[in-house]
Write a protein that binds this ligand. Structure first.
Ligand code: ZN
Length: 231
């Protein structure tokens, strides 16, 4: 499949050794390169674009915030092409290895669930190492943030407050794509209350730069606290 090149122009350095790789227009789906580790891999439809971003980069590993279809879609291709290991939490391992990325969505018969599994989910790939809270990945500390999915992970770098949020929150209205903080959609979220606890846990880290799975990067000026106060 010929990959679109719309967002090649939008790749940008978020902070030292942190590159934002938008995989859909308006930052609707994102991956990040932190040092030599790719975090998330978009859908299988955006794999060509992802490979173009990564061309010439020294990649040493690929890690997942979680194994939903819009994060693991390109994982197998990336790991195979670059001969790098795949890492995720133990609770995401089965989804990552089977490619059954939507198996824990709350409504299996929903049109969106079926669409994502058929058109976005990539093939499964062997997980070489499972990550736990406190592990170091590309200079970032692993933070367990369950709720959206049971084994969801975020990644935090204390030295400059950069946080890879994953899908604990989105910085976009997924219907009209307008930027702004939101909880992830209920259809794709296993346990909303647990996810809100994870939002609180992330706020307690006092992050300054937030990188989302969906939506633009946010340079924090109190938005997160105001958002949490409304939940
Ligand atoms: Zn998700």
């Amino acid at each position: 499949m010929k990959s679109p090149n719309f967002s090649l122009l939008h790749r940008h350095l978020v902070a030292k050794d942190v590159i934002h790789l938008p995989l859909m227009p308006r930052n609707a789906i994102n991956a990040y390169l932190i040092e030599d580790v790719l975090i998330d891999a978009g859908t299988k439809c955006s794999t060509g674009l992802l490979l173009r971003y990564l061309k010439g980069k020294a990649l040493n590993a690929h890690a997942l915030t979680h194994a939903h279809a819009d994060h693991q879609g390109g994982s197998k291709v990336v790991c195979t092409n670059f001969k790098v290991p795949l890492w995720c939490s133990s609770l995401e391992k089965e989804r990552a290895e089977s490619g059954l990325a939507t198996k824990d969505y709350v409504d299996q018969r929903h049109l969106v669930t079926r669409f994502q599994q058929q058109y976005w989910a990539g093939p499964g790939h062997q997980v070489d190492k499972t990550l736990e809270e406190g592990d170091l990945v590309g200079g970032f500390r692993v933070i367990a943030t369950p709720g959206h999915s049971s084994g969801h992970l975020s990644f935090f770098r204390e030295s400059d407050g950069v946080l890879i949020v994953g899908d604990v929150m989105t910085n976009m209205n997924l219907i009209n794509t307008r930027p702004g903080l939101h909880e992830p959609p209920e259809l794709f979220t296993e346990d909303r209350e647990r996810n809100i606890q994870s939002i609180r846990k992330l706020l307690a880290l006092d992050p300054r730069t937030l990188c989302f799975g969906h939506g633009p990067v946010l340079y924090e000026r109190g938005e997160l606290k105001r958002f949490l106060a409304c939940l």
